[in-house]
Design a protein around this ligand. Structure first.
Ligand code: ATP
Ligand code: MG
Length: 330
């Protein structure tokens, strides 16, 4: 079977609706047809200087949420990035193939460094580590949100470049991006993407929030002037975002929702979106809490995943080290 691979950073306690719709739902679906690898990107999370205890807790919480969302650790390989040393080993080799100008063009770095206080080098080389995450497992398909398209393109370029220079070694991955309605925007600032590390929490729907809080946030979502309910990201970003959320979770096409809400007000739309969201988050939250109540079992699942992941990653790095001319140690 073709291989799929993806990760999420443990940069907050809870995943948000964008992570769910833009990635996790697709991860779960791909388990049916693919040899799937999913990981908690704790090394990536170091770029935002988290408190050590908080990072450790969020790493477990993030893994628990993958399982709560439907990742099956028996069927898929579920692991923590830092447990596999080969990610950083391959990352170094790839960074020596990456142009400085090329890395400077990455928009996530520009966005994140504009927000934070003094970006570090890790944030700058983040896309190279991400390329290593993907290439070290010979992944064919990488399900990510629209925001990661540019990074995926870099991974493809690096694999191609490596192969041209050293001979066929790395699999060139394909992006697997759910477009349009898979990109969820901030409820208060619907022209910006919903993000775990957003400055304000008001526009963020966290999956572990209690239902009351979720309903309140959706009811106070920014809409647009006018009263028409239609999908138009330019003129009606707020309403379009609510329609996208509804559609993604209910499975109803946006065009059908437009017909169903014809002549009705924004209040009705928000009420229904809130219902649809809570129906998803309630069982998700319960399952996550249940998994977190047995840390030993969770850690055991992650150790098992690491063993399976390592076997693949070791073989790739051995191949790569040999190709680039590093002297074997034995
Ligand atoms: P951070 O702000 O710390 O970068 P994030 O919210 O962007 O957090 P990540 O862990 O970086 O989350 O990304 C995990 C996955 O979720 C990626 O596949 C990414 O494309 C997807 N994703 C993140 N935000 C959104 C969004 N608003 N809509 C759709 N998909 C998203
Ligand atoms: Mg992100």
């Amino acid at each position: 079977a073709p291989r799929s691979l993806s990760g999420m950073q443990p940069t907050s306690d809870s995943l948000h609706l964008g992570n769910y719709v833009g990635a996790l739902v697709e991860w779960v679906r791909l388990q049916q047809t693919h040899d799937a690898y999913y990981f908690v990107a704790d090394l990536h999370a170091l770029t935002v200087s988290p408190d050590p205890e908080v990072l450790r807790e969020r790493t477990r919480l993030t893994a628990a949420q993958f399982i709560a969302g439907g990742v099956d650790p028996q069927r898929s390989v579920l692991f923590v990035q830092s447990h596999i040393a080969q990610h950083t080993e391959l990352s170094w080799v790839l960074s020596c193939l990456t142009g400085f100008g090329e890395a400077s063009r990455m928009t996530q770095f520009k966005d994140k460094s504009a927000k934070g206080s003094g970006p570090n080098v890790g944030l700058f080389t983040y896309p190279v580590l991400q390329a290593a995450d993907i290439l070290v497992y010979d992944a064919d398909v990488v399900p990510v949100g629209e925001d990661q398209r540019q990074h995926l393109e870099l991974s493809r370029d690096l694999a191609t470049r490596f192969n041209q220079r050293f001979g066929d070694t790395l699999v060139v991955p394909s992006p697997h991006i759910m477009r349009e309605t898979a990109k969820i925007q901030d409820l208060q600032e619907p022209t910006a993407k919903m993000s775990k590390s957003a400055a304000s929490d008001a526009g963020l729907v966290s999956l572990l929030d209690d239902p009351k809080r979720i309903v309140k946030k959706i009811k106070s979502a920014v809409t647009d002037t006018g009263r028409e309910i239609r999908h138009d990201v330019v003129d009606k970003p707020g309403v379009s975002n609510l329609l996208a959320i509804h559609s993604a979770l209910s499975g109803t096409p946006v065009a059908e929702l437009e017909v169903a809400f014809d002549g009705r007000g924004y209040g009705d739309l928000k009420t229904e979106v809130a219902e649809v969201v809570v129906a998803t988050t309630t069982p998700f939250r319960e399952r996550t809490l249940e998994l977190m109540s047995d840390r030993a079992e969770l850690d055991r699942i992650l150790a098992d995943g690491a063993d399976r992941a390592r076997a693949v990653a070791e073989a790739t790095v051995r191949r790569v080290y040999d190709r680039v001319g590093l002297l074997p140690s034995s």
